[in-house]
Design a protein around this ligand. Structure first.
Ligand code: ADP
Length: 329
């Protein structure tokens, strides 16, 4: 029995939900019929009293009967309205509990997924760096082989570094705005230099940029760098080889607009909001091909929010996604 509830955590909830509703309806019905019974009995007693002496009018026309009838009707309305109100409160309460319960379960699943993926993300670069170092230790290598090994190890270390940075940054962002510097940053130069870093990538994706020169903004440079890096890394990660990415930055009346367009898998409409939740990744761990932690877009969304900006995800035509960040004046 407990196993069954474990597999379907909502089953117990629905049973209790159903029980409460049926139980309330049953009590409502009982109150209703008791009220009717009380009225009939009082009325019969009153009628017998009334008819024991000769009277000019029918019992149903007497003041006493009319008073009894009015009280009966009033009680009926009271039971009905209070019952309906109580039922309404119960349904609202239960819906709320179901929502919170659902969120808790979703978060627990995402945290487990996060632990799985982070273990893999930490282990695999560490293993390959270790292997490279062991190869150096045991064998004398040709310069070309050495260079290949070093480059691979460096890219693994960069992967680890970006993972650790994302985790630290997510923790910092959750503790609120404290610690964010407000410096005058040349966003044009910054976005240029970040885009350049991705020009050579394993998937041979063509990175193009359309950046308006001389755009300055008061922002935390490290945070903004992390935002742009996350968006470009995702655009590469969720795209096929030999496609293209366009990064653009422009300013209109002091409002800054940054967009990253890719020709990748795109994000179905039902997930467009969810992808900004902490640890959220589209699909499930068994079917997902790409590795990740579900922290990247959480960081992007929260950072933009802290600077009172907006982020939107749209479909790129014919294929892919567009991430658009708007920062206010
Ligand atoms: P992850 O570490 O999984 O990449 P993110 O928070 O960066 O975590 O992204 C959350 C999810 O949003 C990803 O798992 C992926 O399903 C989806 N996603 C993010 N960026 C893109 C993109 N450019 N194209 C398609 N899907 C994306």
């Amino acid at each position: 029995m407990l196993k069954l509830f474990g597999k379907s955590p909502f089953l117990l909830f629905y049973i209790v939900f159903g029980y409460i509703i049926v139980f309330s309806l049953w009590w409502g019905y009982l109150l209703f019929s008791k009220n009717e019974q009380a009225f009939t009995e009082k009325m019969q007693l009153d009628r017998i009293n009334y008819q024991s002496t000769p009277n000019p009018i029918k019992y149903e026309e007497t003041q006493s009967y009319l008073q009894l009838l009015t009280k009966y009707k009033k009680d009926r309305i009271m039971v009905l309205s209070e019952g309906l109100f109580f039922l309404f409160l119960q349904i609202i309460g239960l819906i709320q509990v179901r929502r919170i319960f659902g969120k808790e379960i979703e978060l627990a699943i995402q945290q487990t997924n996060f632990l799985h993926s982070i273990t893999h993300e930490l282990k695999s670069p560490l293993s390959s760096v270790k292997l490279a170092l062991q190869t150096f230790q045991k064998r004398t290598l040709e310069p070309a082989q050495k260079e290949k090994l070093i480059n691979n190890a460096l890219s693994d270390v960069a992967r680890l570094e970006s993972l650790v940075e994302n985790i630290l940054f997510a923790a910092k962002i959750e503790r609120n705005t404290h610690g964010f510097a407000n410096e005058d940053v040349n966003l044009s130069d910054l976005v240029h230099s970040i885009a350049e870093k991705f020009e050579i990538n394993k998937k041979n994706i063509l990175i193009q940029s359309d950046i308006q020169e001389g755009i300055y903004y008061h922002i935390d440079q490290l945070g903004f760098t992390s935002v742009v890096m996350n968006l470009i890394e995702n655009a590469i990660k969720y795209s096929e080889a030999d496609t293209g990415i366009l990064i653009s930055l422009c300013s209109a009346d002091g409002t800054i607009i940054l967009t990253v367009k890719d020709e990748g898998s795109g994000i179905p409409d039902e997930y467009k909001k969810k992808v900004f939740e902490k640890f959220y990744r589209v699909g499930n761990e068994d079917t997902r091909k790409t590795k990740g932690t579900g922290l990247g877009l959480f960081i992007v969304g929260r950072f933009v929010e802290i600077y009172k900006g907006k982020i939107a995800v749209m479909d790129n035509i014919p294929k892919g996604s567009i991430f658009k960040i708007t920062l206010p004046k």
